[in-house]
Design a protein around this ligand. Sequence first.
Ligand SMILES: NC(=O)c1ccc[n+]([C@@H]2O[C@H](COP(=O)([O-])OP(=O)(O)OC[C@H]3O[C@@H](n4cnc5c(N)ncnc54)[C@H](OP(=O)(O)O)[C@@H]3O)[C@@H](O)[C@H]2O)c1
Length: 232
Amino acid sequence: MKRRAFLFAMTAAAVARPAFAQAKPMKIGIIGSGRIGSTFGGLWVKAGHEVMFSDRDPEQSKRATDGLGPRARVGSVPEAVAFGDAILIAVPYGALPAIAQQVGGELKGKVVIDPNNPVPSRDGELGAQAKEKGAAVSTAALLPGARLVRAFNSWGYATMAREAHRPAPRMAIPVAADDPAALKLGMQLVSDAGFDPVAAGSLAASKAYDLGSSVSGKVMTADEMRKALSLP
Ligand SMILES: NC(=O)c1ccc[n+]([C@@H]2O[C@H](COP(=O)([O-])OP(=O)(O)OC[C@H]3O[C@@H](n4cnc5c(N)ncnc54)[C@H](OP(=O)(O)O)[C@@H]3O)[C@@H](O)[C@H]2O)c1
């Protein structure tokens, strides 16, 4: 390639490259493109990943793609699951059984990010039981075979949207999983979204940062989070 053409190609690539581009772009499927789904889908698109948004109503998913460019697209729930190397499910907790029925088989073996909070007044008996037992282990029981990662659950979406990619020290987000490879991927996606991931142990251990816990809603650095959760 001639030098001028080469320089032009390099400049075009630099323009197309997003501000927080990652070395390895991934495909991420999102089920539930409301406040949490659209916030994190947008942050991952800006990090260079490809995202497919889904909901029961595709108009909701279309709104989530506004202004995100060609790396954001809309699909059905089964299409988003087939598309994603990792899946974010961000729906009212009471909708999880319906999702399990619809795509539970296809979610087996997939890394699934779970920010979902059981709220008994909204989610009924399922919500009350999951709150008591711990949200992550309850989600894992609803989605057997999915490689669940617990993250983003205990902070409001507006706080996380505001704090994402702030100058160091970044806001800490604890991440838990029973599958080490899923934990690694989840930590990467938390980092790509603009936060410092803190490995917080197993899904059972993540009850320590369920909604209503002592750290819930508090913006902390990674060191502060490790101390608050008594992590090494
Ligand atoms: N909001 C927060 O600040 C926050 C913070 C941390 C964690 N969370 C948790 O994250 C989850 C999502 O919260 P959110 O505030 O983002 O909710 P939201 O704004 O109400 O969005 C929920 C989305 O789920 C979709 N949905 C509902 N049932 C569905 C189904 N069966 N299949 C596919 N999509 C479905 C809805 O679209 P359709 O109706 O079109 O399907 C909607 O787009 C909740 O469990 C919440 O507790 C929320």
